[in-house]
Design a protein around this ligand. Structure first.
Ligand SMILES: NC(=O)c1ccc[n+]([C@@H]2O[C@H](COP(=O)([O-])OP(=O)(O)OC[C@H]3O[C@@H](n4cnc5c(N)ncnc54)[C@H](O)[C@@H]3O)[C@@H](O)[C@H]2O)c1
Length: 299
């Protein structure tokens, strides 16, 4: 029995890299797939239907079901049209994998307004808009008394969770996606929808050439390791797992826990008293988090 037999999935940015791999594995596991991809360059320029068409053709060649969608997921109407396509072509929607993304790295003092806006838009609005439209579809199904067992899997990044230098736009958007996923998990559980996020590491055009890799490292950076987790989360077996952020690659999977409250120091209305108090809570919070370094001002 295939893990996602009879389910309908949308994968955004599925023409290349991780999204392509997710789409192929979901199809192999029995899902009908809307292969969304705008076909832009890695920094978000241009549009080309070829990558999405090739992935959809490959799925069909292998005996699966797929349709192409070339909407820009960061456009409100485009995201709605993509959700509508799943329903009109395949009669419903069970799985939304928000994966589309671009990069425009720059130190923040050199970053242009357009570099900030475009990256934040593709990642954040490109995650929010499909979730909004899919969420409305599932709420309507739920209200009509139909059983909903739906999934959203968003894509965050180590850059966002652990704050990479030179990626202010990307890291801010990806950290936002991690929190947005947890908010969505809390809001959509009432309609039968789980929401999780993955922080992947894989060899794609986004990461190619960053450093020399051994053959084993190349194998561990195969997107398929990540697609297996996405496919499991998307399946009925993933029903109980929601509001989690998974780190994922060929070396293993882990759950990244979010912000924690630190130890408290009493407040004061006299700013002159704050120096030792602030030092104390920074030291205590680092200890609390298991960080045992002398330099309490390290960042
Ligand atoms: N590769 C990694 O190691 C890594 C690490 C962390 C996070 N990620 C994230 O994983 C996701 C996939 O990245 P990838 O490495 O496969 O990159 P990729 O460049 O190979 O693929 C991204 C795809 O998204 C498409 N796309 C871009 N903007 C779009 C839009 N507005 N609407 C529809 N499609 C659009 C592109 O055309 C492209 O085919 C991204 O969100 C990325 O930030 C990747």
């Amino acid at each position: 029995m295939k893990l996602c037999e009879g389910r309908v999935a949308i994968v955004t940015g599925a023409g290349r890299g991780l999204g392509r791999s997710h789409a192929l594995m979901l199809a192999e596991q029995g899902a009908a797939v809307v292969v969304n991809d705008l076909g832009s360059s890695a920094d978000g320029i241009g549009a080309d239907a070829t990558p999405a068409e090739e992935v959809a053709a490959l799925i069909r060649e292998r005996g699966g079901k797929a349709v192409v969608d070339t909407n820009n997921v960061a456009e409100w109407a485009g995201a709605k049209a993509m959700v509508d396509k799943a329903v009109s072509e395949f009669g419903g929607l069970d799985i939304l994998v928000n994966n589309a993304g671009i990069l425009r790295d720059r130190m923040l003092i050199n970053m242009t307004e357009d570099e900030w806006d475009s990256v934040v838009k593709v990642h954040m609005k490109g995650t929010f808009a499909p979730m909004h439209h899919a969420g409305n579809h599932w709420r309507a199904q739920h209200k009509a008394g139909k059983k909903v067992d739906a999934r959203i899997i968003n894509t965050t990044s180590h850059s966002g969770l652990f704050c990479n230098i030179g990626q202010a736009n990307y890291a801010a958007a990806k950290a936002g996606i991690a929190s947005l996923s947890i908010v969505a998990a809390r809001e959509l559980s009432r309609y039968g929808v789980t929401v999780n996020a993955i922080a992947p590491r894989a060899e794609t055009r986004m990461t190619q050439g960053l450093r020399e890799l051994t053959p084993e490292q190349v194998e561990r950076r195969d997107p398929a390791w990540i697609s297996a987790l996405v496919t499991w989360l998307a399946s009925p077996q993933g029903a109980k797992v929601s509001g989690k952020v998974f780190e994922a690659w060929g070396w293993g999977y882990a759950v990244a826990e979010s912000w924690q409250h630190g130890p408290i120091t009493p407040a004061s209305k006299d700013p002159a008293e704050l120096g030792p108090k602030i030092e104390e809570i920074i030291r205590f919070s680092r200890k609390n988090a298991g960080i045992d370094r002398d330099t309490w001002l390290d960042i």
